[in-house]
Design a protein around this ligand. Structure first.
Ligand code: BGC
Length: 753
């Protein structure tokens, strides 16, 4: 570089620097100023009416900004699997745009099943870019409610039964979304674990259960992930609605966790004027004021945080302290998103996003059982028979608010047809499930009508299967009412539409039968011993069928792991009484009451404690190769960290655990190393073991690698509800390392004093 050119560059740098610093307008419009400076500058410029207008919706998914000051509207979108189609101003139906078909990413239950934080970051970055392109400021997701019952209709939108897994997986998603200048809105806060009577049930539980099981994923999303928004849930917690639950919002979220973002109500979740003002809600959406027809001019002015709020300020029942806090949080959100100097243009439907969707869907697919039938080996000219409705049913449409309109959706049948272009591929339906194809006026365009009887369908399937090189049954649940669907729970974990009988009949005739279950929540598999291979697939989004084919053919070596237990029967689980689920109506109480009597014993914590055999345990998943675990080592043999510590503490690292993993099979693959901590016996009953670390490691055939997992003081703690703090009990602790919660390969002990 010549001297003159260097001088030119230096002058240019000084000039551009000067331009960036000099800003003649007000501070809040100066992109070079910090978010806090901008908030502090603009807040006093707003009238009370303008501040109140910030706090409630003006349409189904937007709120007013401050047009007088050039502060833009805030636009929200579902979430959490793709960017929802535009809806009409005040109706749920799609608006009929022709340019809002998005990339549909896999359901969050699939993301959780990857047990891979890099996949979560990829997911967050990709969906965040789509949200930004569509000019959305708040993405309504991800959801991290714990799978307390397999019946919960929204399990497919959540990240499984373990708070540590959900917590670690949500962080990169949130960060990836927010890199795009879009706020992730973590939902549904909190203890919202069923759809049955979701707007009328109080979840009643003790503090230990709350802090150990139901809060940690939210806490991690806020404290580690830095989430900018949180959505309150529809239900009540200990008798108060969660969108304005003082304890959850003011004491815990904004108090103990120091959350500085915005609390958004679920759509219609705000129920009371005073609580909405005083208990920590910042933005009210979706309140049922009968839309366009109910009020004289603008029905949104009937919202709790609209005219009733202004009235209360006018007559002195409310001051402006809470209003200033709400307005500051909303303005902060605007400066972090639509008015951020780092805002991207975003991108939509890019090949990279479809690639990401395919990668994540394949990485989450779980090989549950395999006696050698997989990977598929179909010779050119060979015959592959596929049976079952889920091989052809498009699943991106349906399921409630996460329903999407996508550019395309590759079904499993299409994915397999692409993978085996030279084979004869026959599809037979086998059973009829649900023939609906639309949601809020988005239609898949499929015709799923059927006139054959169940026995004819089975006979046709059996006759098609004759002489096949491989037969795959692809069934499971779908996103219709009573299945994996918002607003309804399932009645049982038995497969619907008589599928068990079809699988039994097929397996009797075809010993090498492969079963693919597509669902977002646990189903029973009473036929497991009679089939050759079982794969757990998920709602995979646009690239669903290709991703499934990748795993079935071996193009991708499966490395997904179950994010929840697959029990043998519903009655094996921890929820035994109507008090526990779905709740009871007590005399004198307006709301249904539900008691979390099982305490911290949900998922594997329950099955471990009761020693109940399960079909497939939490964390389970096979590979086409094999791995060995050797030489588990701890950085220290003894820790001096026993005793109590404050509710917001314990994040300091106290121990490093390392283990050597070798790929001992003939194929490259990835292993998920899972770390469970088992406490010494003590006075307080604790789970036999709890997940406290995991890492996915990719290894070539014959290769070895070291996995190191850090443990914090919190990893050893239990919550003491009386003292309201965490406690570490002294004694000999066992650190287990393994391939699932029931396949522990090696361990080490540490003594805590
Ligand atoms: C759901 C939320 C969703 C909202 C907006 C509600 O019914 O519970 O998850 O984000 O609607 O569609």
């Amino acid at each position: 570089m010549t001297k003159r050119y260097t001088l030119f560059l230096a002058l240019l740098a000084v000039a551009s620097c000067t331009t960036a610093v000099r800003h003649d307008g007000p501070v809040y419009l100066d992109p070079a100023r910090s978010v806090e400076e901008r908030v502090a500058d603009v807040l006093p410029r707003l009238t009370i009416e303008e501040k109140v207008a910030l706090t409630h919706a003006q349409s189904k998914f937007s709120s007013r900004g401050v047009p007088r000051l050039g502060i833009p509207e805030v636009w929200c979108t579902d979430g959490p699997h793709g960017i929802r189609p535009e809806v009409l101003w005040d109706e749920w139906d799609q608006a009929g745009w022709t340019n809002d078909s998005c990339t549909a990413f896999p359901a969050l239950s699939c993301l959780a099943a990857t047990w891979d934080k890099d996949m979560s970051l990829l997911f967050g970055r990709s969906i965040g870019a789509e949200a930004r392109y569509r000019k959305k400021d708040i993405l309504l997701g991800p959801g991290v409610n714990i799978c307390r019952t397999p019946l919960n209709g929204r399990n497919f939108e959540y990240m499984g039964e373990d708070p540590f897994l959900a917590g670690k997986m949500v962080v990169p998603y949130v960060q990836g979304v927010q890199e795009n200048g879009v706020a992730a809105c973590v939902k549904h806060y909190a203890v919202n674990n069923q759809e049955t009577k979701r707007t009328a049930t109080s979840s009643n539980l003790d503090d230990r259960t709350l802090y150990e099981i139901y809060l940690p994923a939210f806490e991690t999303a806020v404290r580690e992930g830095g989430a900018w928004a949180i959505m309150g849930s529809y239900n009540l917690y200990n008798g108060q609605f969660n969108c304005h639950n003082k304890r959850l919002l003011l004491d815990i979220l904004k108090g103990e966790w120091g959350f500085d973002g915005v609390v958004v109500s679920d759509w219609g979740g705000c129920r009371d004027d005073d609580e909405a003002i005083f208990n920590g809600l910042d933005m009210e959406f979706g309140t049922w004021t009968n839309g366009l027809t109910g009020a004289a001019s603008d029905s949104y002015r009937n919202y709790h945080l609209a005219d009733p709020y202004l009235q209360r300020i006018a007559d002195g029942r409310a001051g402006t302290k809470e209003l200033d806090d709400k307005a500051s949080r909303i303005l902060r959100t605007i400066f972090r998103t639509s008015m951020s100097p780092e805002k991207h243009f975003g991108s939509f439907n890019s090949p990279e996003h479809y690639d990401a969707a395919r990668k994540i869907a394949a990485a989450g697919t779980v090989l549950l059982q395999n006696n050698g039938a997989l990977p598929l080996n179909i010779p050119d000219g060979g015959k592959l028979v596929i049976i079952g409705e889920n091989a052809v049913k498009k699943m991106v449409v349906g399921g409630g608010s996460s329903s999407l309109k996508t550019n395309y959706e590759i079904t499993p049948l299409e994915g397999l047809q692409e993978a085996f272009p030279n084979a004869e591929i026959i599809w037979e339906r086998g059973y009829v499930g649900d023939t609906s194809t639309s949601y809020n006026k988005v239609d898949t365009g499929q015709d799923l009508s059927e006139s054959r009887s169940p026995s004819q369908l089975l006979a046709d399937a059996l006759s098609a299967a004759e002489g096949a090189d491989a037969v795959i049954f692809i069934g499971g649940l779908n996103k219709s009412k009573g299945q994996d669907n918002e607003g309804t729970d399932r009645a049982d974990i038995v497969l619907p539409y008589g599928q068990d009988a079809v699988i039994e009949a097929l397996s009797a005739a075809i010993p090498s039968l492969i079963v693919v279950n597509i669902s977002g929540s646990p189903v029973a598999m009473p036929w497991a011993d009679k089939v050759a291979a079982i794969v757990q697939g998920w709602y995979g989004g646009s690239e669903s069928g290709r991703a499934l084919a990748d795993v079935l053919t071996g193009a991708v070596n499966p490395s997904g792991r179950l994010p929840f237990t697959l029990p043998k029967a519903l009655s094996d689980g921890p929820l035994k009484t109507a008090r526990q689920y779905p709740g009871i109506q007590e005399e004198g109480s307006k709301w249904w009451q539900e008691y979390y009597d099982e305490g911290v014993f949900v998922g594997y914590r329950w099955y471990d404690k009761e020693n109940i055999p399960v079909q497939f345990p939490f964390g389970h998943g096979l590979s086409y190769t094999s791995f060995s675990y050797d030489n588990a080592r701890l950085s220290r043999k003894a820790l001096a960290c026993a005793g109590s510590f404050p509710v917001d503490g314990g994040n300091e690292e106290v121990l490093k655990v390392s283990v050597s993993i070798s790929n001992t099979g003939g194929l490259d693959g990835a292993e998920v190393v899972q770390l469970y901590v088992a406490p010494p016996a003590g006075d307080v009953e604790r789970p036999v073991k709890e997940l406290r670390g995991f890492e996915k490691i990719s290894l070539k055939s014959g290769e070895s690698g070291m996995v190191t997992i850090p443990l914090t003081r919190r990893a050893f703690s239990r919550f003491d509800p009386d003292a309201h703090c965490w406690v570490v009990d002294p004694g000999e602790w066992t650190i287990h390392l393994g391939s699932s919660s029931a396949d522990l390969r090696t361990c080490a002990t540490v003594s805590i004093k």
